[in-house]
Design a protein around this ligand. Structure first.
Ligand code: AMP
Ligand code: MG
Length: 493
């Protein structure tokens, strides 16, 4: 195998400033991606590249593939694998980037900082028994779903490229290998804090907390107690994030503490999926046997994870331990109310409400209960409400729905905004198109088993413009036939 080559001059426009690699050596391992045999470009996100100030078009297709495979490194790259720990399904484990490498932190022309990470880039000191590699379909899945989430307005890591490696990976069957290039505000996780406090105690956790504040919450540096302010801010962002997931019907699938980012972005798309029929107990992940990460449990799990985060900060919150615990508990106990505020505000938008009334919760709950009882499609039902007239569907003739509809109409009449403004608001918050599981599976199978990317490209184009309702993509609005229903997704390895 060829060793990694380094570019001497960079036509792409990387501007690396690797601040994480300046933190204590125990936080990461320095190493290079393991070169792959025959990299070929499968997906490239030109829009994202341009917004990062990168000129990928300056490279040939071959050079692009070599770059995103990690075979050739930009001159200023200082690749590292990050160390972290995590509670997986409630159990603490030492982890780390077992199959990912942080290429570097790129500064955009506007001065924003992004991690550029290769996922599937070979073994690291944290690989445990894993091969350090990734299969093509799960990497394409992360690309597609993360870009869809971004277009839906949900904070998320993004996907810049997928290359196939020309190598096979052994899973239950032999699969084509691939590497995903992920772009993230950072890869600092709750699990990073869990790792650092265990290996280095109060001194190390202060270094990491100061770093996280500077990178993601710079205004907090001025606060009286910056670490308590950090805890409050992370709680706030996670509450907002998980509310957004619920509002678009998203189920992350594996909300372990190592998959929760301090930045507030959605991270690590494994067995994630969107609900078709509304059922709050929906769980897709093939390994989530007890439904720990089911749709309606997500706020509760986020709070649980944040409690693990708060524990790592205890030495910084107060010099007296009891006081520190009291501060942490008070902060964590606020989570449900903060979450509820975000969720309710989002639901009001989905129903075209500009004002707030105490009975809005009941209005929403009645609708959701009705949807569950009648197995109504989550996305389509909300989008149908946003149309000037309801579809002539037997579902909407149902007596309970008619009663609810009258109540909703009366509620709309009690605000001064016009119906037109309400419809406008609703169409901006109720997507017409989202990545339905059966269409995702269809597109991934064609790409990974037959090398045919046309379905994937078409689906990607549709889901990255989710509020537009373009007639040419109407087929993506159709829920799965019973025979097409996807009941399980597999942990993307
Ligand atoms: P995930 O379930 O993707 O969040 O991964 C959990 C942990 O397992 C992380 O530390 C990953 O780096 C590691 N991991 C997952 N797949 C592999 C693999 N094929 N080789 C090595 N480590 C892996
Ligand atoms: Mg992970």
């Amino acid at each position: 195998m060829q060793p990694n080559r380094k570019y001497t001059n960079d036509s792409v426009g990387w501007r690396f400033d690797n601040s994480y690699a300046r933190l204590p050596e125990s936080f990461y391992a320095r190493l290079h991606p393991v070169p792959v045999r025959a990299p070929q470009l499968a997906m490239l996100n030109h829009t994202l590249a341009e917004s990062l100030g990168l000129d990928i078009r300056a490279l040939s297709a071959e050079e692009t593939a070599l770059l995103f495979a990690g075979n050739v490194l930009p001159a200023a790259a200082q690749p590292i694998a990050q160390a972290y720990a995590g509670h997986q399904y409630g159990h603490f484990t030492m982890l780390g980037d077992g199959r990912a490498i942080l290429f570097g932190e790129h500064l955009t022309p506007a001065g924003s900082r992004f991690d550029i990470q290769l996922k599937g880039s070979g073994q690291t000191p944290f690989s445990r028994r894993g091969d350090g590699r990734a299969a093509l379909a799960p990497m394409l899945r992360e690309y597609l779903i993360s870009e869809a989430m971004h277009a839906l307005g949900v904070p998320t890591t993004r996907s810049l490229a997928v290359v196939t490696t020309g190598e096979s990976v052994m899973r239950e069957t032999v699969l084509p290998g691939a590497i995903l290039t992920r772009v993230a505000a950072s890869h600092i996780r709750v699990g990073t804090f869990e790792y650092v406090v265990r290996i280095g105690g109060a001194e190390s956790i202060k270094i990491l907390a100061d770093y996280a504040i500077q990178r993601h919450y710079p205004a907090l540096g001025e606060a009286d107690n910056p670490y308590l302010a950090l805890l409050h801010s992370v709680i706030e962002r996670q509450a907002s994030l998980v509310a957004k997931w619920l509002l678009v019907g998203f189920i992350h699938g594996v909300m372990n503490t190592d998959n929760m980012a301090i930045s507030g972005e959605t991270i690590d798309y494994g067995p994630c999926a969107f609900m078709d029929v509304y059922d709050p107990d929906t769980v897709f992940s093939s390994i989530d046997h007890h439904g720990r990460y089911r749709y309606r449990n997500q706020p509760h799990i986020a709070q649980w994870n944040l409690a693990r985060f708060a524990e790592t900060l205890l030495p910084l919150l107060h010099s007296v331990q009891e006081e520190a615990v009291a501060l942490a508990e008070a902060a964590i106990h606020q989570f449900p109310a903060i979450f509820q505020e975000y969720w309710l505000a989002g639901m009001r938008k989905k129903l075209g409400l500009f004002t707030a009334e105490a009975e809005d919760i009941a209005l929403i709950e009645i609708l959701l209960t009705w949807m569950q009882q009648h197995q109504a499609d989550y996305t389509n039902t909300f989008r149908a409400l946003a149309a000037e007239s309801l579809p002539h569907d037997a579902l909407f003739q149902n007596a309970e729905f008619v009663e609810w509809h009258a109540r909703w109409q009366a509620r709309l009449s009690r605000q001064s905004e016009s119906r037109q403004s309400s419809f406008h608001l609703m169409r901006a918050h109720n997507p017409a198109i989202h990545p339905r599981n059966h269409r995702v599976e269809e597109a991934l199978t064609a790409a990974s088993e037959r090398g045919n990317y046309s379905l994937l490209q078409r689906l990607l184009a549709a889901v990255t413009n989710p509020y537009a309702d373009e007639p040419e993509y109407h087929d993506y609005r159709t829920p799965p036939a019973p025979s097409e229903c996807v009941y399980q997704t597999f942990c993307g390895t």
